[in-house]
Unconditional design. Structure first.
Length: 503
């Protein structure tokens, strides 16, 4: 119950405190006093009248709405659909479906490992699973109890859409009603309305816990055999899936795609970071943890079809088949593809906490053209690190805007989301922009340019751990100690380009 209360009240307070303009990620710290990446300034001062070369970017994600007006002009169109064993793959491919349909919900990787029997030889893994399942069951029971009490209180008001005064007039019977009334009156007292509270907060909390209990942590639930039908344990298998790149829930992938490359010239909606990209949609991420086989095949598909940058806004603490992903990453690197991954949203130090995929290969070597991104906010002060963002002085390379990012969602709409999943495509858009205007630079060059051109953060920032707020230097959060900057990156890219021409 306390956990639910904190979620409901805290989320509203967080959103209000961090409200910002719909395009803040494009702004310039010096000129606008907002810690964006300065791509608007770069377009005005550095790129006018310059020619660019189209760049293919893969969004390896939950799916992309191919009918969204702001994305129609930037969708990749396969020049040779069906030629590589993927029938009618016009805009990309889906590895989590078949002719029978698409996977929507799936297990956590931890659940799949427990089902495989790994927990028998790993007591820590088994204990982790048992704890997560117990917490999810307890959370579901708590939210269901909260909802039942709320229904009773609503009935007592005699109204279907009660307001703050209606709840304040009620006399609670018992501690349960007292608690629910306290939560509801707090939320409504902050300006919320009851209908939004039920749909946006309570129902979403209920859905979250039900998904955990029914799908993510349910060892008896496995949609793979029926809906995909591949030989799952054969990591060398390539040609399975379907050509539905939208799938059952494309919110996440559509939002990511818009951040990277939404049409900058149609005078509607939003502007992506990059101005001359084609978005290749590869559906490999369900509601639940992505499977290593699908990620590996998605990376290979992207590399084989001309992608120059791959967006990977996903991650998990366990891996089922890291060798397959390692091999795919090496394959992409051999084709000069730059891979960019979100650091994750658990406020953990991934220098010491496992996070997959990652750039460290099982053979002891490391992926070169691979960037890991944390999420930053818009203020150049102690709150710059997004409170949810993972970090790591060696595992995370850079930070980028990832709070309240406004972008495309299915059905032609737009919404603001938080996450390193939003910060990652900001950097992907920047990488694509560099490759557009300086196409002869390698993936390794582009990574070096992005890292070397960050705006360094010279002041300490807040890091909350175990209820305590610490003040830490930004160099403890990422390799570069800074936030990406398009203006400075393009200036440096010009320098790299000139040196290559002179040599």
């Amino acid at each position: 119950m306390n956990r639910l209360k904190l979620t409901i009240v805290g989320l509203l307070a967080f959103t209000a405190a961090h409200a910002q303009s719909n395009d803040w990620q494009h702004l310039d710290l010096q000129q606008d006093h907002i810690f964006g990446i300065s791509d608007d300034r770069a377009y005005k001062e550095l790129l006018q009248n310059k020619k660019s070369k189209q760049v293919v970017v893969t969004v390896l994600d939950s799916g992309v709405d191919t009918t969204h007006t702001d994305l129609l002009s930037v969708l990749w169109l396969n020049p040779n659909p069906g030629k590589k064993g993927y029938p009618d793959d016009r805009h990309g491919w889906g590895f989590i479906g078949s002719a029978k349909g698409n996977v929507h919900y799936d297990n956590l990787e931890l659940t799949r490992l427990i089902r495989r029997g790994d927990g028998k030889n790993d007591p820590k893994m088994q204990a982790d699973f048992d704890q997560q399942l117990a917490e999810a069951q307890k959370g579901l029971q708590g939210v269901e109890r909260f909802a039942a009490i709320l229904d009773t209180l609503v009935t007592k008001t005699g109204k279907t859409a009660p307001e703050l005064a209606d709840f304040q007039a009620l006399k609670p019977e018992g501690r349960g009603q007292e608690h629910v009334l306290r939560v509801v009156t707090t939320v409504l007292g902050q300006g919320g309305d009851f209908a939004s509270f039920k749909s946006d907060q309570l129902q979403k909390s209920l859905d979250h816990y039900k998904e955990e209990v029914d799908y993510q942590l349910n060892v008896n639930y496995d949609p793979r055999p029926e809906l995909v039908g591949d030989n799952y344990n054969n990591s060398a298998e390539r040609n399975y899936g379907n050509n539905d790149v939208t799938g059952a829930d494309a919110h996440h992938g559509t939002h990511v795609a818009g951040i990277i490359g939404a049409d900058r010239n149609n005078n509607i909606g939003i502007r992506g970071i990059a101005d001359n990209v084609k978005i290749m949609a590869v559906r490999s991420v369900p509601d639940g943890d992505e499977r290593d086989k699908d990620i590996a095949n998605g990376i290979r598909y992207a590399a084989d079809n001309g992608a120059r940058v791959i967006n990977m806004s996903f991650g998990k603490p366990y891996s089922y088949d890291k060798a397959a992903v390692d091999a795919a990453v090496k394959y992409a690197l051999s084709k000069d593809v730059l891979l960019i991954q979100a650091a994750g949203n658990s406020n953990e130090n991934i220098d010491s906490v496992a996070n997959f995929p990652n750039r460290k290969f099982l053979d002891g070597t490391t992926a070169g053209a691979y960037i890991v991104v944390g999420a930053s906010g818009w203020k150049d002060d102690e709150t710059l690190k997004a409170p949810f963002s993972n970090y790591g002085a060696t595992a995370v390379d850079v930070f980028a805007p990832g709070e309240q990012i406004y972008s495309t969602i299915p059905g032609g709409g737009y919404a603001k989301y938080d996450g390193t999943s939003m910060a990652c495509p900001v950097v992907v858009g920047l990488a694509a922009l560099i490759r557009e205007y300086y196409p002869k630079l390698s993936a390794a060059d582009v990574k070096a340019i992005i890292l070397q051109s960050v705006t360094k953060v010279s002041h300490p920032v807040n890091l909350t751990k175990e209820g305590k707020t610490l003040s830490v230097p930004f160099t403890e959060l990422c390799v570069t100690g800074g936030v990406v900057n398009a203006y400075q990156a393009l200036q440096l890219a010009e320098h790299y380009h000139s040196k290559k021409q002179a040599s």
